[in-house]
Design a protein around this ligand. Structure first.
Ligand SMILES: Nc1ncnc2c1ncn2[C@@H]1O[C@H](COP(=O)(O)OS(=O)(=O)O)[C@@H](OP(=O)(O)O)[C@H]1O
Ligand SMILES: [Mg+2]
Ligand SMILES: [Mg+2]
Ligand SMILES: [Mg+2]
Length: 368
């Protein structure tokens, strides 16, 4: 019998690799081009939009009923002032999708990006029989490959480029895709085009893909090879000999609090600063030990696409992932985590000790 989620796993890997190619093409050929600054002041590039169109088009083809929670939408891509950007995005997406038989029109492109507007939440998969599908209007039915006996719906989440700032700098970024069912991440796939395949050989081949299915372990492979290798978190026994990983931007995770937590744990090594969920990948393959994401403002709510695939990867590699209060990340609420604050991801054996240092430092902040 095929392993659970075997088809989803294979399609998700393909989608992430294709989206990673778009990002690489943008970086090498176009040197990124125009960047839109969104309402929250964060940047989005033609690569973010094209990567989202590519992943969503591939997912819709194979899992037409599965809703998607994706970071980007087309608000800033419609209208005359965005014409040039829109046509670049279309060209990039079609370049990758054409060999698979897709030729998106502008309208289909925008539609595919906006497939990511689903509200999220705790809904499980429901199954639709062929008989039920045949009762739907033709436009809805035309999404489906003919004679599909069962179509399932689930809830994917996509960050087409996590670490857009890293992408713009030529540093780390990741295409992150996950499948969430009943509020639990079941599958996570991440493509990290700029991450060395072996952390022991940082100047060697770059382009590393990570994949985890719940209860099936965590794996990595090079973009250029389909051979997967099982990965696991480090065997560090005590936090004082640990290395920690944090965001490059102090506005995304407090560097000051992290330094105080490190001091409290007796950590002397400098932190590794890295953009994107490549931090989770780094912990999952034991190249660093602790990922701290420490809130900088009470208002900011973490987004599910920034953590879904990475958190599963770390837990499947033998780690523990909670928020700064020791609560599990709650994927049942919607597009964000209103009931969680920050992230603490470590090998299981040191999590309690790290968490208590995190709590102590954050409690000091409240007292000050
Ligand atoms: N204020 C604040 N606090 C916490 N997180 C925030 C905040 N603002 C933005 N974001 C999200 O941070 C995502 C990138 O996180 P990183 O850890 O990669 O940041 S960094 O580039 O290393 O600094 C980034 O993801 P992308 O937009 O996909 O790059 C944002 O979703
Ligand atoms: Mg963004
Ligand atoms: Mg992100
Ligand atoms: Mg993003």
């Amino acid at each position: 019998m095929a392993a659970a989620f075997a088809q989803e796993r294979a399609i998700a890997i393909h989608a992430v690799l294709q989206a990673s190619k778009v990002c690489q093409a943008v970086f090498h050929k176009l040197v990124v081009g125009p960047t839109v600054i969104k309402k929250d002041k964060s940047p989005v590039t033609i690569a973010d939009y094209s990567a989202q169109a590519v992943v969503n088009t591939i997912l819709v083809e194979h899992f037409p009923m599965d809703p998607m929670v994706a970071e980007e939408d087309t608000k800033d891509l419609r209208g005359d002032e965005s014409k040039v950007m829109r046509s670049k995005v279309l060209e990039l997406a079609n370049e990758i999708l054409a060999p698979e038989g897709h030729n998106l029109t502008e309208e289909k492109l925008l539609e595919s990006i906006d497939r990511g507007n689903y509200a999220g939440g705790a809904k499980g998969r429901t199954y639709h029989s062929a008989a039920r599908i045949s009762s739907w209007p033709p436009e809805r039915r035309s999404y489906f490959p003919p004679l599909l006996p069962l179509i399932s719906t689930g809830h994917w989440t996509l960050d087409p480029i996590d670490g857009t700032l890293g992408f713009l700098r030529g540093d780390q970024f990741a295409v992150c895709l996950a499948l969430i069912i009943d509020g639990e991440v079941q599958l996570g796939v991440m493509g990290c085009p700029n991450l060395p395949v072996s952390h022991l050989n940082p100047e060697g081949e770059k382009g590393c893909l990570f994949v985890a299915v719940k209860n099936q372990g965590a794996f990595q492979r090079a973009f250029t090879s389909s051979t997967e290798h099982r990965i696991s978190v480090s065997s560090v026994h005590s936090p004082h000999s640990a290395t920690f990983c944090e965001s490059v931007e102090a506005s995304h995770s407090s560097h000051d609090d992290a330094a105080r937590i490190a001091a409290r744990l007796g950590i002397t090594r400098d932190p590794v600063r890295m953009d994107s969920q490549a931090k989770y990948c780094t912990i999952a393959r034991g190249a660093a030990d602790i990922y701290l994401r420490l809130p900088v403002s009470a208002e900011y709510q973490e987004k599910i696409w920034d953590h879904a695939s990475g958190s599963l990867l770390v837990t499947e590699a033998g780690g523990t992932v909670t928020d700064v209060n020791g609560q599990p990340l709650n994927f049942t609420v919607g597009r964000v985590f209103p009931r969680n604050t920050g992230v603490v991801a470590t090998p299981a054996g040191i999590h309690a000790e790290v968490l208590s240092a995190v709590k102590a430092v954050l409690a000091e902040n409240k007292r000050d």
